[in-house]
Design a protein around this ligand. Structure first.
Ligand code: ADP
Ligand code: MG
Length: 531
């Protein structure tokens, strides 16, 4: 049989390998920033156009490269950071694989300008798809500037897999944000389409939190510092009322490298057990420092995954450190049922309460009866057995919200009645004769509403019900494009993280429709004029 195997041409091999290192513009940005940090830069400027697809430029004032090095840097497996296999076991730099520049150059047009402190002139190299197009002398300050144009120009499939510009830009912003948080001693400038999205002076870690997340959000944070034989842990954790709806704002670092670890994220989450509402995630910025010999970051070319020699130890240390910090700052409320007036003492009492409820008298020990004047409102068509009644209960709760009557210990009051938006479709149709009546609604602990319905007992989480009712009103207003907002006497300014600020910009028309009167003020600041 004829020989069938051959070694791939380097350009092709490079292009294949590049796919793992440079998955999207944000990964190229990450690699270039890592190189700048490894070169000891104190100033880093990131410029992007077309969300990185047209242009990515990362400039630093690091140690730079001599001419020979600058040429070698673009070869695969060319690195100044490790030499021996012992070095590989003991990685102290962000890069070590020697393939980022080779990968980027395989799928883009790249220009590098670099100068070391001992050279008078800079070296300029232009490369496209691993082929050197130009090599010359140039003028430039000490440091390195890498310009990447038309990323994925020769890999159309990859290019077409990119998400929308907004998403790609958000990914880049996330990379820059993560880096800026981990390196407060470095000054960062981040510019997209000629607009400065970030301009951070070198500073301390707490002050960097303020720069990145804004004064207000930074107030919701508690500093954490913990030292053990095995590791050093420091950073910031969010108070529970600063919780997030997703894991997107969890900043976890290992030796100042941003990492992804389901297990360690879970350790922090676990520490917040019983403190967070369901569906909420803690905000945190935590850096673990562990002897590099006890970890392995060489798991994937993107270097975001890590293997620990003793992961369960790290898990436990993290869990207990976060828990202790929460307790020390009195963030976890203590539970004192005994002696609280109205607290049910045992199951028997609860049963008795239920019986009293039936006869519609006010229970002495807990809960109250809400007598609803004006009968029941409902607008269900022919629902399933009981569904109409459930609807009725909701409407009843709603009418209490509106009337503001007879709610002594009361239905949710965080939102004053005047601010609630009135709307037609919620003034419900008159009830049909055949409908059974919902007799009484009971409220327990200011938290749950109990009601007797045909099929049994209905228990409503009052807070959630309230949210649902407000949500439906907003939706109705939204669909009828009836924005209704109340102008604030004193407009509020709100400083947001860059990513959120960009998001608000995108969502502005929708927020307006919902009744939020916002103005973008520049510098990540939003002015709220009406709600
Ligand atoms: P790695 O970072 O894994 O070593 P790269 O392909 O990212 O591999 O870079 C190759 C080499 O080029 C680096 O080891 C470093 O010596 C040099 N280099 C890259 N970027 C810079 C920079 N911004 N400043 C100075 N040297 C750089
Ligand atoms: Mg590198």
């Amino acid at each position: 049989m004829r020989k069938k195997i051959h070694i791939l041409r380097p350009e092709l091999a490079n292009r294949i390998a590049a796919g793992e290192v440079v998955q999207r513009p944000a990964s190229a940005v990450k690699e270039l920033i890592e190189n700048s940090i490894d070169a000891g830069a104190k100033e880093i400027v990131i410029i992007v156009k077309g969300a990185g697809s047209e242009l990515i430029q990362v400039s630093d004032n690091g140690e730079g490269m001599g001419e020979e090095d600058a040429l070698l840097a673009f070869q695969r497996h060319a690195t100044s950071k490790i030499t021996t296999s012992e070095d590989l076991e003991n990685i102290r730099t962000l890069g070590f694989r020697g393939e980022a520049l080779a990968s980027i150059t395989a799928v883009a047009q790249v220009e590098v300008k670099t100068r070391t402190g001992s050279d008078d002139v800079a070296t300029l190299i232009r490369i496209e798809a691993n082929e050197i197009l130009e090599q010359s002398k140039s003028n430039a300050p000490v440091g390195t500037s890498v310009t990447v144009r038309n990323l994925f120009f020769n890999t159309p499939a990859r290019r077409s897999f990119l998400k929308t510009r907004q998403t790609e830009l958000k990914n880049i912003t996330d990379v820059v944000t993560r880096m800026a948080i981990a390196y407060p001693e470095i000054s960062w400038r981040y510019i997209s389409e000629d607009e400065a999205l970030m301009d951070l002076k070198p500073t301390t870690a707490p002050e960097r939190m303020r720069q990145v997340f804004g004064e207000r959000q930074a107030e919701g944070l508690v500093a954490l510092h913990e030292k053990t034989e095995y590791m050093l842990l420091d950073g910031f954790i969010g108070k529970p009322d600063f919780a997030r709806k997703s894991r997107a704002e969890q900043y976890l670092y290992l030796n100042r490298r941003s990492i992804v670890s389901r297990s360690l994220q879970h350790a922090v989450y676990q520490a917040y057990e019983h403190v967070l509402e369901k569906g909420a995630f803690p905000f945190f910025v935590l850096n673990l420092q562990i002897d590099p010999r006890k970890i392995d970051v060489n798991v994937h070319p993107s270097k975001q995954e890590v293997k620990f020699e003793n992961e369960s130890l790290v898990y436990r240390l993290l869990l207990s450190a976060v828990k202790r910090t929460l307790v020390a700052h009195d963030v976890i409320p203590s539970l004192t049922l005994a002696g609280v007036e109205g607290a049910p003492t045992d199951a028997k009492l609860r049963f008795e309460g239920a019986r009293v409820a039936h006869t519609s008298t006010t229970m002495p020990s807990f809960g109250i009866t809400l007598d609803v004047p004006g009968g029941i409102e409902a607008r269900l068509q022919d629902g399933q057995a009981g569904a109409d009644q459930i609807e009725q209960v909701f409407r009843k709760i709603e009418s209490h919200l509106d009337s503001g009557l007879a709610v002594p210990t009361s239905l949710p009051t965080e939102i004053p009645k005047e601010r609630l938006v009135e709307h037609q479709s919620l003034r419900v149709q008159p009830k049909r004769e055949s409908e059974p009546e919902v007799r009484a609604i009971w409220q327990i602990h200011n938290k749950y509403i109990l009601s007797q319905i045909r099929t049994g007992l209905l228990i409503v989480d009052q807070h959630v019900a309230h949210e649902r009712i407000l949500y439906e009103r907003v939706l109705a207003n939204f669909e009828n494009s009836l924005p209704s907002s109340q102008q604030l006497l004193f407009p509020q300014t709100l400083e947001l993280p860059t990513g959120d600020y960009m998001l608000v910009g995108e969502l502005l028309p929708h927020l307006k429709n919902l009744g939020f009167d916002l103005k973008l003020f520049g510098k990540n600041t939003v002015v709220i004029e009406g709600i």
